[in-house]
Design a protein around this ligand. Sequence first.
Ligand code: SF4
Length: 138
Amino acid sequence: MIFSPDAKARLDICEACKHFRKTTRTCGTAIKGNKVGSKRLCGCFMDIKTTLKFATCPMSKWGALEMSKDDYLEIKELLSLTKDKISSEQQQAVRHYLEKYAGMRVKQSSCTPCVLNYLHKLKEIKVQYESNQGSSQG
Ligand code: SF4
């Protein structure tokens, strides 16, 4: 499952945030978002966004309730190191992050299509995180 058990706690933070628009229930201006200093609010519908494990707050108000930058950097490095082959330790790390951010239970496997599928899913999580970050920059 890609749904976060922290959704309610995140939404509580959003609903108390000055950037939360009560009428549209979005982070800033719906869809487009608006600039706040050098950052841009995401414009997301927070009832949905808060449920996604890999989602982030553009103003970093969710604290430990979102993917850490360290995890993102480790996932990024892991994907760059596993383009041609993957060690059992790297496979273990892939399984760890898929469980943490996609709620997937992944078994150790020597099946190449399975491993490629796991890497593909991890890459999707990385891309989604980057797209969330991109929406917060001006
Ligand atoms: S995502 Fe962050 S900035 Fe946007 S409404 Fe929620 S707490 Fe506020």
